[in-house]
Design a binder for this molecule. Sequence first.
Ligand SMILES: NC(=O)c1ccc[n+]([C@@H]2O[C@H](COP(=O)([O-])OP(=O)(O)OC[C@H]3O[C@@H](n4cnc5c(N)ncnc54)[C@H](OP(=O)(O)O)[C@@H]3O)[C@@H](O)[C@H]2O)c1
Ligand SMILES: [Zn+2]
Ligand SMILES: [Zn+2]
Length: 346
Amino acid sequence: MRKTVGWHAVDAATLQRAPVLRRALRPDDIAVRVDYCGVCGTDLHAVRGYRGERDPVLVPGHEFTGVVTEVGREVAGFDIGDPVAVGNIVDSCGECGMCRAGQENFCGDFPTLTYGGTDRRDGSATLGAYSREYLVRDRFAYHLPDGLDPAGAAPLLCAGITVWEPLCALGVGPGTRVAVVGLGGLGHLAVKLSVALGADTAVVSRTQNKAADAHRLGAREVLVSTDAAEMSAARDRFDVVIDTISVPHDLGPYLRLVALDGTLSQVGYLGPVTVQTTDLLIGRKRLGSAGSGGRPATTALLDFCARHDITADVEVLPSGRVNEALDRLERNDVRYRFVLDLSDLD
Ligand SMILES: NC(=O)c1ccc[n+]([C@@H]2O[C@H](COP(=O)([O-])OP(=O)(O)OC[C@H]3O[C@@H](n4cnc5c(N)ncnc54)[C@H](OP(=O)(O)O)[C@@H]3O)[C@@H](O)[C@H]2O)c1
Ligand SMILES: [Zn+2]
Ligand SMILES: [Zn+2]
């Protein structure tokens, strides 16, 4: 075993610094010194749902960048010192139809999650990247392109890829009318990516408070979801609506924004939702979802972001302030992603 250090949940309110034990380096592993790890809404759900010792050890963190410090003897694509990025999937079966299609995120045998998952080979629980070192199978690490700031790039690996795949799959490009619902970690990257793809992009937010930011990010307009008249005027107007709201909610108001034959892609809240069939029927609307990304799409996203100079808008905090970051994320007090700097763990 290798020993590093990281941030463990001790209860639903607190992460505490403690040793993290990792496997010995395998032939197809690389060891990564984690420099920056984004704080995702999913991390907040995981910590707030943590029931102490009744649950397995929880070390969150699944969008990170760092530097390769060691390579297994079969690793060909990475060298010590390479800047790399890793997202929320660290293994898959490699053989099912989804894996063969490059959609390892939908592996029929379920992909191995970066934390809260089970390692396919030794059955151990995976522990995330709120930690100074992470060991990852080489196939699931990505070269960080030159020119991308490593702190701002970390959130591309979960928040970014989660919105990138549906934008691409739905054919978003010049002329597409896109609305992004919820301007948070996922939402602000959805706006940047949609705008860079050439789409006519709007933001739907609960208040006008983020309107100036939305315009700075490239949105043409901001709709206030609590303003019934504004929402009603925007009915049937968007080919693609990307819903990143992090709490349970009725999809009706957002389906009504979708244009004829358009799609609402719900990527934020992943649980039971209410849908009136007539909200789909009127306008032949489609409802979909997506999450994370396969290896080809992740590589394409990083390449696209390097070409278009896209990174997340981040507030970097020393990892010792992780509890404050989670509290503020919960209060919606971040513009638009916290990133932990793990160097204070040395
Ligand atoms: N599909 C996947 O694989 C995947 C991957 C990553 C994350 N997620 C999930 O995506 C969700 C968003 O994550 P995130 O990191 O972007 O979170 P976030 O930064 O907190 O953003 C969520 C946004 O939702 C809106 N919102 C929050 N509370 C709301 C409420 N009560 N009613 C209506 N809108 C509300 C807010 O936007 P406004 O202030 O603009 O209204 C907020 O900025 C989380 O649930 C996370 O677990 C899913
Ligand atoms: Zn995430
Ligand atoms: Zn598979």
